[in-house]
Design a binder for this molecule. Structure first.
Ligand SMILES: [Zn+2]
Length: 517
């Protein structure tokens, strides 16, 4: 017998945690962070306390009440042994966006992660170069121990090394990827915490409760994967996908194979959005349109150009690389971007460094071993200083996002162009961020493209500057019609009504609801 329990992600966009079970054993499809639920109680400076392990998250209902988490994250006042303990054979990760992978770090380290080589590389690279937190540390963890007699507080166990989660790679991993997964920059230091790697197997050599077939699909991050699970019943899971990007044909190939599935679990981020002028569906902005719009904006600008797009959107980085080449400029990315490009190269052998500049950030390098050991080691001659950008602004396009904007205080540009090429604000907090960004843009005399503030201080976006990572409503309808499932389970959507009205097979699930299929 096959069943599906959507523990999270059924009632909003992101935080997918879907458990598919076959004869008493199962797999999770993603185990993401639900930003919507977190935002009900928390904000940037009001966070769950790492020293209380999973206590705060369970108490507030931000993660499901299950007995599947790391033991060392359970303080003595939390009785997880009273919760159900499904037998989780693995977590299948669709892609490295945090709303799909950002709670994996909490799961028992005995639960392996299944992902594409590019996703594994990104998850590890993001951990090496990012801020550590028990939730988002998907691939390796710093084991904890009680720091008080009552066992209510948990701190790092300094004697134990970083411990890795076993990886199951959807294709045979390259030796370079295995090597990248097997060490952590800085681990050779005399006082450094050691690193205990785990095995990395190919999916074809691993037995799981379902026969799992991965399909690379197109999304706004590389390595995105959809899965088809074959057991008594066949289940297809889209993750996040779209049809109109560079790998659109891969998505079509997944849809073709999903025709045998009786259950389709699909994302619906853009369900019902953007009706066209004639009452049909509007045409989605393509990456080609983004290129043409941004290329025209760059035009004959003489000053510095700043391109603001989401980190890890490497297709957008390629778009701006092309614009930089055509306008005689060098594309300058952050050291972190370059480290992630190094990670991707370990996964697929493609060197993405040539022609790029690296912004020489004023930062404490003792805390950035990933930069000093890897990025400097490979690309020391590609560094561009803030002085160089100030002296020759017309020679560069700098890829900064909102959190890099502080560097303008060192560069001190006098005029230039700020191209916003990312998603629209979808919350009040984001609107406030755009008001802040506007102040920075104005302060340095930059001209904004892609968004502006209206008379009421509300950000207004130009849709031609950004191609969404998600299938348009028209494409979603095509995908669902092609697969023609007996049961359609929408997740990752705020528009259940559109599914219910459009497809008779729709089954809206509540968080935590179990469905036998
Ligand atoms: Zn995504």
């Amino acid at each position: 017998m096959t069943s599906i329990t959507v523990y999270d992600g059924a009632q909003g966009i992101g935080g997918n945690k879907i458990y598919a079970e076959e004869k008493g054993k199962g797999v999770f499809l993603d185990f993401g962070k639900n930003f919507g639920k977190y935002g009900v109680y928390y904000e940037e400076y009001l966070k769950n306390r790492d020293l209380r392990g999973i206590h705060d998250l369970v108490e507030l209902g931000l993660i499901p009440k299950l007995n599947i988490y790391r033991n060392d994250l359970v303080p003595t006042d939390l009785r997880v042994d009273t919760y159900p303990a499904p037998e989780v054979a693995a977590v299948l990760v669709s892609h490295a966006h945090v709303d799909h992978s950002g709670n994996i770090g909490l799961l028992d380290l005995g639960i392996p992660v299944v992902a594409s080589p590019l996703t594994l590389a990104l998850m590890k690279g993001m951990q090496d170069s990012g801020v550590s937190s028990a939730e988002t540390d998907a691939y390796y963890a710093s084991p904890k121990m009680p720091t008080d007699e009552s066992g209510l507080m948990l701190g790092a166990d300094r004697k134990l090394p970083y411990t890795c989660r076993e990886c199951i790679c959807t294709t045979r991993p390259r030796d370079e990827l295995v090597a990248f997964l097997s060490c952590r920059p800085g681990q050779e230091g005399p006082r450094a915490k050691k690193f205990q790697p785990a095995d990395c197997h190919a999916l074809e050599h691993v037995a799981l409760p379902f026969a799992v077939t991965p399909y690379e699909v197109d999304h706004s991050i590389v390595g995105a994967t959809a899965y088809i699970l074959s057991g008594d019943t066949t289940i297809a899971y889209t993750g996040d996908l779209r049809l109109y990007g560079r790998l659109g044909n891969r998505t079509r190939d997944f849809v073709h194979h999903a025709k045998d599935a009786s259950v389709l679990i699909t994302e619906g981020t853009r369900a019902g959005h953007h009706p066209g002028a004639d009452g049909g569906y509007a045409v989605a902005t393509s990456e080609q349109t983004v290129y043409e719009t941004c290329r025209a904006a760059a035009g004959d600008e003489k000053g510095l150009i700043i391109a603001d797009f989401s980190p890890r959107n490497f297709e957008r980085m390629d778009t701006f690389t092309r614009i930089a080449a055509e306008t005689g400029r060098t594309l300058v990315v952050t050291a972190k971007d370059l480290y992630l490009l190094h990670a991707l190269e370990c996964a697929d052998g493609t060197c993405r460094f040539p022609g790029l500049g690296v912004y020489a950030e004023l930062a404490d390098t003792t805390k950035r071993k990933w930069e000093t050991e890897v990025v400097v080691g490979r690309a020391s001659h590609q560094y561009i200083s803030h002085r160089e950008l100030r002296m020759n602004p017309g020679e560069y396009i700098v890829c900064f996002s909102f959190f890099d904007i502080r560097h303008l205080l060192d560069i001190k540009p006098e005029g230039g162009l700020y191209i916003y090429s990312s998603c629209e604000a979808f919350s009040e907090e984001m609107e406030i961020d755009f008001r802040r960004l506007w102040q920075w843009i104005r302060r340095f005399g930059l001209e904004a493209r892609g968004f502006l503030l209206d008379a009421n201080g509300k950000p207004v976006f130009d849709p031609r500057y950004h191609a969404s990572g998600h299938a348009s409503a028209a494409d979603l309808a095509w995908i669902i019609d092609e697969v023609d499932p007996d049961i359609l389970v929408p997740v990752h959507t705020a528009n259940h009504a559109w599914f219910r009205e459009t497809f008779g097979s729709t089954r809206i699930m509540a968080d935590g609801e179990r469905l036998e299929v």
